[in-house]
Ligand binder design. Structure first.
Ligand SMILES: [Zn+2]
Length: 368
């Protein structure tokens, strides 16, 4: 059987903001997902699918439906936990990162899974039928048209994305398993909005626009045609770039826990969100996490101004208050200006551990 090649991530023309948001979520899966808003045909699903395909392989418990990570005993599912308690050794294997596509008709049971109560009562066995959250653990969960999904289901997905665990309880019996994934939701704003409460719980947001630059449009067509004519050949051509990005993500993941920030950074972030009149603290936390992931990607061990700016650019678009009939616009000039002010107003650090390396490289596919 021939494998169906996904279009390579690094061959996607332009759309740097979207690509950055996806990569940063892949580096730090505790950021909490990204919402991509835009019209049809703007490479949203291509990008999400392509990212999953290039991510480093993961080590899993070979026969566990929840893809438990053997090296993290504290996050094992109840089954694996029981097996360890019985003295079993958990078999492990390496496999690719999964891409899970959530159907728009998904019900709560389908998403969280179900406990078989009859079996528990009759035979005293705890049996759990795994749902979408189980399949998505440590993978990428793609939710197309998230605005058309039942609010309650969106709520469950966002909860799981934030907590990293799925607990199902019924009649005094409970089952829990890890459910941490890269959540990617898309929506076409012309087809209805997402409630503000749900909107705010997506960590990052990217507004996609069609590409206006003729040269980029030509590159899109050329690559598309080349891919359709010879998917394998096209893939092989881009493989070195795909592997390089995959390695960068693996290195950034390993570096992430060592990335530090100062109190001054926190003040800067707070000043920035205050200046944009953003309510609550979610944005501040998201900016910090995203900035840390960006610093890790750039190979640094402390966050700097550029990390905060690029993080804010992704964390603020859906949190800006807008007047009716007015589009909330977020431009980099405005952001940099406020950043300068915020930095000036933040109290100086007694011993700044920041190292001021050149601004992190925003990897762009080489246009050919
Ligand atoms: Zn398990």
């Amino acid at each position: 059987m021939a494998t169906i090649r996904p279009y390579p991530f690094t061959a996607i023309v332009g759309q740097d903001r979207m690509k950055r948001a996806l990569i940063l979520n892949a580096i730090s899966n505790s950021i909490g997902g990204v919402l991509i808003r835009g019209e049809r045909g703007t490479a949203k699903s291509t990008a999400a699918r392509a990212l999953a395909a290039l991510l480093p392989e993961i080590e899993v418990v070979a026969d566990c439906p929840f893809s438990c990570y053997p090296a993290a005993p504290e996050s094992l599912c109840d089954n694996c936990r029981d097996r360890l308690a019985r003295g079993e050794t958990l078999p492990t294997m390496l496999r690719r990162t999964r891409f899970v596509d959530l159907p728009v008709s998904a019900t709560e049971d389908r998403v969280v899974g179900t406990l078989d109560i009859e079996r528990a009562i009759q035979r005293g066995e705890r049996h759990f039928e795994a749902g979408v959250l189980a399949a998505a653990n440590r993978g990428l969960l793609y939710v197309d048209e998230v605005n058309l999904l039942d609010d309650h289901v969106v709520d469950l997905l966002l909860d799981s994305a934030a907590m990293g665990v799925n607990v199902v309880e019924r009649e005094g019996i409970s089952f829990s398993h890890p459910a941490r994934f890269i959540l990617v939701g898309t929506m076409n704003p012309e087809e209805g909005d997402l409630r503000p409460q749900l909107l705010d719980r997506f960590a990052l947001c990217v507004d996609m626009h069609g590409i206006a630059d003729p040269r980029q449009r030509v590159a899109i067509v050329e690559r598309r045609v080349a891919f359709e004519q010879d998917p394998d050949g096209f893939y092989d051509e881009w493989l070195p770039r795909e592997e390089q990005l995959s390695d960068e993500i693996a290195e950034a993941r390993a570096r992430l826990s060592q990335v530090s920030h100062t109190q001054r950074d926190l003040f800067t972030i707070a000043q920035l969100t205050t200046s944009f009149k953003v309510d609550g603290h979610r944005a501040d936390i998201v900016i910090l996490k995203t900035a840390r992931a960006h610093a890790a990607w750039a190979g640094r061990l402390a966050i700097g101004e550029q990390d905060i700016i690029l993080a804010a650019e992704l964390a603020l678009p859906h949190r800006l208050k807008r007047q009716p009939f007015e589009e909330a616009v977020m431009d980099m000039g405005q952001l940099e200006e406020r950043m300068r002010k915020a930095r000036a107003e933040a109290p100086p650090e007694s011993s700044p551990p920041e190292n001021s390396e050149a601004s992190p490289s925003v990897k762009k596919p080489v246009s050919r």
